[in-house]
Structures are given as structure tokens and as C-alpha cells.
Design a protein around this ligand. Sequence first.
Ligand code: NAP
Length: 501
Amino acid sequence: MKELKSFLGGRWVAGGGTPHTLLNPATEEPLARTAGGAADLGAALAYARDVGGPALRALSFAERGALLKSIAGAMQASRDQLLELAIANGGNTRSDAKFDIDGAIGTLLEYSEIGNALGSRKFLVDGEGIQLGRSARFHGQHIAVPRRGVAVHINAFNFPAWGFAEKAAVALLAGMPVLSKPATSSAMVAQRIVEVIHEAKILPDGALSLLVGPAGELVPLLGAQDVLAFTGSGETGARLRAAPNVIRHSIKMNIEADSLNAAVLGPEVEPRSDMYELFLKDVVRDMTQKAGQKCTAIRRVLVPRELSSSVKDDLIELLSAVKVGNPAEEDVRMGPLATADQLAAVREGVERLGGKLAFGDSQKKFDKGFFISPILVEEPGEAAHAHEVFGPVTSLIPYEKDPGGIVARGNGGLVCSIYAEDQAFIEALVMEAAALHGRLFLGHPKIELSPGPGTVLPQLVHGGPGRAGGGEELGGPRGLAFYLQRVALEGARPVIQKLIG
Ligand code: NAP
């Protein structure tokens, strides 16, 4: 069985902590073993700060962007192998695996372009200079410089490639060294990506570290110049936010957590119209892609009461055609959940939602593997607005007049999608939902190859208020701000102008 090592302090190391066995969730066959806890994380962080940080800060944005392009190239060259690992260790169908790996490559390339556009600068000039006194000599200018610590990235199990890349691309471009910690259960893909980057000798020493296995003392070791970007459950996020050193040192932290994303069908949409079909397609894709283990997946389907039974019948028909099984088989459309714990949590979550099962059976036994069928719940209880079931599970919720009020009960989310033709309805719902979300997706059948609300694009911000963690990632150049310290320069204009170039 493959031993997964961490890459810390510039070398591959095996931790001495409790070993964890990584499985194929379709067959329960052991694939790899890891151990984490006992590595000297303090020394690894110091190496990244002292060796990786200066090396990256010495490069311009364009040079750092070129590194990202090389990483994307190395991943592209190993794409087939990465896809196979994602299928075996993640329960992904080939299409799910492509979504993760190609999404990672696309994000790296987008940030490489941003670096190219920022050019030969090593820090950002933020806005115009400001005359501060009566004469033009007294001048002010904001700049933003790379922070001098380590960007620690803790990722969820569902996107081991994209989760790694969407954080690492932005931090490296900003000029901060990265220590990435993938979720243990699906770490094989992220581990191989770091191996590939290392083998291709792309990054300066200390610029990229990897911790495989549990985080151990990682977070308590962080200091004032480090930043922590976390993706995972709201519960873990809240625990990390309350860590004494995070509070004491005002450690910058970004949390990407749970979300009860809603898709709203407008009242005037005719069954069988293009808009209606698009809505059904997006709901079914979000329920089944990655077996619903997507933070952006649609969890609540809001439909006008008079269309409720038509939508239900159509969703049942489409879900009946989804073949669930071992994703290594080509005709399978939905693989298993990632772990036995995930399966238990989803089964328990379906019970919590209450209501009636319009489709699926959460207790159905499979011979092997962590499988569950897609589940459509109708008339759920209040838990549909309070509890995220992280699997192929969606609640059908009829509304009379005010879908915005129902959407708001989710207490903040990553994305709300609207499928409507009436501009007044769209505008009212946008205004109601905007403050509660990181992104609003306005579905339209004329948009060619629409990726649906579940796809996170590097050009747009990803995150959301409230339940979603209050974080914001990506968004093109906006994402750099998390890794940069903004500072106001105040002094004589010629001195400042020479300094900023
Ligand atoms: P999780 O159990 O909270 O774990 C997330 C990460 O945190 C894993 O790497 C885990 O490591 C690590 N972790 C756990 N305890 C920790 C601690 N005390 N100190 C430091 N790290 C710790 O979440 P998950 O089950 O992997 O992911 C599912 C959740 O993530 C869902 O709720 C989903 O909504 C959310 N999610 C959100 C987004 C988003 O962008 N908003 C994206 C994807 C997923 P181990 O694996 O080693 O325990």
C-alpha cells in the first residue's frame, strides 16, 4: 500500500502519528496510508517563512504568474493519472474528476494571466495618490505588500485538486509561501499534485509545503503575519476561529463553510419552456455531480405552488435515469459518498429534514461502498433551512408569493439561483437575496454552455455571509487582498512617487 508523505521543510517526511488508511469509497479497498501528527510543524512553518517567503517576494507579479502557468502545465501533463486517483480515492465519476482537476488547472491559468497583467511590480499600488496638505508636496498613497508569514490552507474532502489550486494560486501570486493541508480521506490527489510540482522543480524552496494527515498543532503554531484559509464544515470553522492564538495575534482568517443554496423558479415560467428545462437540468446536475458533495449544490428548490407537482414529477423522471454505482464503470452517472462517516451523516441528515421522500431511499443497503441514491424530499420541516445535508439530497419547497423570505431563512449562503423571465420578479428577488449571498446566478437558456450555479469561476468571488462562513475567495485580483497588508504611505510626494515607481 502506498505510504503518503508530507512535504515539510523542503523534504518528504513521514509523520509518526496515528496512521490513517485511505479507501476507495466504491469498493472499500485500502489504497494508501498516512500518518501526520508528529512532524515538526513549527520548523516547517519557519522554513516556509524564512526561505519560501523571501524567494517569492523577490519575484514580480508576472514572474509569480509564470510559476502558476508552469504548475498548470505540470498538472496538465499528469492529468490522466490525477483523474484516475480522483476516481479511485474520491468516488468521482470521470466527469466529476474532470470538474475538479480541470477546474484547478483553469484557476491556475486565470491567476497566471492576472500576474501577467500586473507586470513587473512586486507589490500593489492601491488607488490614486492623494494631496493631503495645502501644497501638493504633502502626499498620501496606499500600497499593499505581501505578508511575511505563511498562507496555511485547510481544505475540505470534496475538491482535493481545485480546493488546493484556488487557494494556492492566489497566495503564490500575492507572494506568500503556502502550507496546504488536504482533508485526510481524499488526500491522494493533492499529494500527487504537490509531488508533480516538486518533480518539475517549478517553485523556489519553501514556497509550497504539504501536510498529509490530521492538522495536529498546526493552527496553534500560527503567528501574526500568517494567514489561515479554511474550507470545511461550519463547526470546524467556528472552532478554529476561536483558537486563542488566532484571537490574540489577530490572525487573518477566511472561512468557507456550509450553505443551503436555493434555486428559485419564477411564477410565470411555463412547464416545458426552455427556462423550465434549464432549471430542471441544473437541479439534477447539482444533486448528482460529485454525489451532491459540493458546497454550492442546490439544497432547496423553491417553486410556485401551482407548479410544484409538475416539477416533482419531472425531477422524479430525471432522477430515475441516474445510474448509481462504481464510478470506474463508464455508464455510471453518480458515484458513492466519500466516506462511511459521510454516508452516516447524510442518512441522519435526511431523517432530520422531515417531510416525505418523493424520490429515493436513504436506508437502501448496497453490498459494498458508501452509496446512497439521490433523494428528493417534499414538504420538509424547518431543518431544510437550518441543516446542510452534504450529499445528493434536495428539498422541494412550494412558495405562494415571497420566495425571498424563504431563501433568507437559510441565514446566508454561497449562491442563490433564479430562473425567471419577469424582470420585476428578478429585480425584487435580487435585491432581497443579494445581502445574504456571495453570488447570485441568473439562469438563462440563451447562455451557451452555462455551467450552472454549482461551478465556481475564478473571475468571480466565492464565499458568503452568515452560515457560509463570512469569507470571500477568488474574484480575480480581489482575491489577492487576503494575502497582502495594505499600508498608507504619508510624506513628501517625490519620495513616495520614486518608491512606488
Ligand atoms: P471538516 O470535517 O470541517 O474538515 C475540513 C478540513 O478541516 C479537513 O482538512 C480536516 O482535516 C480539517 N480539520 C478538522 N478538524 C481540524 C482542526 N481541529 N484543526 C485543523 N484542521 C481541522 O469538513 P469536511 O467534512 O472535509 O467538508 C465538508 C464540509 O465542507 C461541508 O459542510 C461543506 O459545505 C463544506 N465545504 C464548503 C466549501 C466552500 O467553499 N464554502 C467548499 C467545500 C466544502 P481531516 O480531514 O484531517 O480531519
